[in-house]
Design a protein around this ligand. Sequence first.
Ligand code: SF4
Length: 689
Amino acid sequence: AWRESEIKRTKTVCTYCGVGCAFEMWTRDRTILKVQPVEEAPVNGISTCVKGKFGWDFVNAEDRLTTPLIRENGEFRPASWEEAYALIARRFLEIKEAHGPDALSFVASSKCTNEESYLVQKLARAVIGTNNVDNCSRYCQSPATQGLWRTVGYGGDEGSIEDLEGAELLLIVGSNTAESHPVIATRLKQAQKHRGQRHIVADLRRHEMVERADEHIHPRPGTDLVWISAMTKYILDQGLEDRAFLDEKVNGLDEYLDSLAPFTLEYAEAETGIAAARLADLARQIADAGSVCAIWAMGVTQHVNGSDVSTALANLMLVTGNSGRPNTGCYPMRGHNNVQGTSDFGAMPGRFPGYEFVADDQVRARYEAGWGVTLPKEKGYNNHTMVQAMHDRKIRAMYVLAEEMALVDANARHVQEGFDQLDFMVVQEIFFTRTCEQADVVLPGAPSVEKEGTYVNTERRFQRLYEVMPPLTGCKADWRILTELAQALGADWDYQNPSEIMDEAASLAPMFAGVSYDRLEGFDSLQWPVRADGADTPHLYLDGYPFEDGKARLYPLDFHAPSEPVNEEYDLHVNNGRLLETFHEGNLTHRSRGLRSQVPGNFVEVSPQLAEARGIKTGSLVKLISRHGEISVHVLVTDRVAGNEVYVPENATDNEHAINMLASNHADKDSHTPAFKEISARLEVVQVE
Ligand code: SF4
């Protein structure tokens, strides 16, 4: 047994999902003894889920990268930091000289801190001179952000998790909250059980939130816009809207009403498979409830009309007056621990930190003065358009920070072939991932517990993480790597501590004017926007909307049918998403023994009807073959899925099993988020036993 005095207790924030659980980590040297949640944690109190509690073995995994690697004659060899920096600087400057700054491209990481995201976009913009910078919100919630910008103004959840708990009714669409945001789900389940909160859940798959729902609907894949708009039209036709709220606080009703004309309940029934009477009943429940919040996630956004469906949900909340007051509003659930913050801090092709436009001359002038450089004006490539730009040789060099881009973007083989076209590629990672295989230089970074910084969770809440242990020998904190690389490229960066980076960001981005490490001491937190005097904003629209006249806007919409629907040849709809015990592709969770033991490999959920029709059973090995690729997975027969709809988790770190080998290049028309949820495939039996 260890003496109490040998145990170090450090506050940190979970590295997995966007809920933002904070806790103390108990360590002795590099040994993680336990994760201890504490009352003061603003989001989770004394709760965590299984990942936050037991998902940390990866920190001390034997296969951590511990030295820079340089590819030479097709093989990687260890190199010094100086040699690696010198090579990257030389190649980047050569490529910039030969092809211009827009031939280089940067991807920030939602696993990394706000300060690191800030540095990635500053490196791209101020040091290289390009706006080609993005992050993985492009793969998940960019459509939600788009929908909120159009209607209510800010690209973040309207209120706090407390508002979700306090609502009378929740409309939960395409969100497997219990597995993807477990601690929030626990709070919602308690609100349902103890305070009579009602849950209307729309989903293809019978996950736990569906099992516990008061009402469940199962629309045909890709038809959410139709049933949501039909309910909204019904509410307006029946005079059930919040007329006073619309008159006082919302613009655009007439044009919006015109756009709703096609969305009759009868049309919705034909298109979605949900009976008109059922939709009318649900619409009445929403209109009658005293307070409603809409929750959604990837089941909404990862479609060719993901932005429009997000907008439709915001429209519905506005029509029913469920905005601008406590316990109401729109709550897209952010996926990664810091996917909100990575966008907030400017790792986007058209926006500076705090979402100000790079094309705005006044804003650009502020950053030019702050950074002492001339900045590019044109919006850059995003994660999705970067891939085609690699194929077209418009992008020649790439810097990827802690993102398993080779497997987590759609049509993964196409992405990997894009990397093949590059002249030079750098990956900064903690493990040698599938993406590293295609790099020219790999730099060993540090996981969350080996550095300081801040994250922003799904409710726009800043929280500090402290260094639990120093970086593993040979590794460096990612902000330090970015700083030293910028110096190698000739910049005069001199950050000694991440707090200096936050101070700089706060001085330039009005949205974060009052954010400082002092105000985030310990378990203290702030929700943006944060005024210079430190006043933060738990609820966004209590005093109106951030448009010139202070009013929200109803946004007219059309229906766009899903890409690649099932047909005779590709007769299965392949849904996909997370599991409780694994996180995304699994580079972290697969290295945590307890979690791995729960989910040893990838699989496909198959309905009892489909299993019988194909003569397969739980444990059978099958191939799923789409127009774009194929994977091999074992079968799990379950009534969580129905008919010819199957479900494959994002749970594989190789080409043979990764779901995104099946996905297409189709993307949301407004945000370019890939249509990950619009996969059709055929099934071939490899082995029944
Ligand atoms: Fe971590 Fe999310 Fe689990 Fe909380 S709910 S412990 S943030 S994975």
